[in-house]
Design a protein around this ligand. Sequence first.
Ligand code: CU
Length: 175
Amino acid sequence: MAPLLACLILNGCERNDTGEAPAAERPATPRSATPEKKTPASNPTTRAETKKVAIEANDKMKFSVTGFSVETGQPVEVTLKNVGTMPKVSMGHNWVLLKDDAAPGKFVEAGFDDAANDYIDPGVADQIIAATRLLGPGESDTVTFTAPEKAGKYNYVCSFPGHFAAGMKGVMTAE
Ligand code: CU
């Protein structure tokens, strides 16, 4: 009597007589022991869609977007377009997102002499989360990355000498 009662409660043996009990168990097995991680779509904690951000840089040394928000761990796609007209050697722009423990002022200072490296000192390149290349007038570049899992504020800068000091910066908030 007890086993039958258990079957009724668990609802797993109701088709015992039809011989389909094993089949009924089958869907549960792969769900709990799938060898390959299934697509995130089947995961209740599915990440949001890619956050797309378009930023313009101009001859006045300003980003058109000085702040935006993303979800932690969200895929992000940032496109920087240099809409200015001045030559790259005197007015190049890039978009460099830094880790939260980086000091943006010190970061850009370190790269002042690194023209050949888009004004980024390789010695502090590990402070970068994502960066576009240095753009001349009319050029654009897109960079994709995954937002940090850690909520917080992440500075972005243009590393061309003097631009950060002139206000070419912004903050990405991960929340
Ligand atoms: Cu710039």
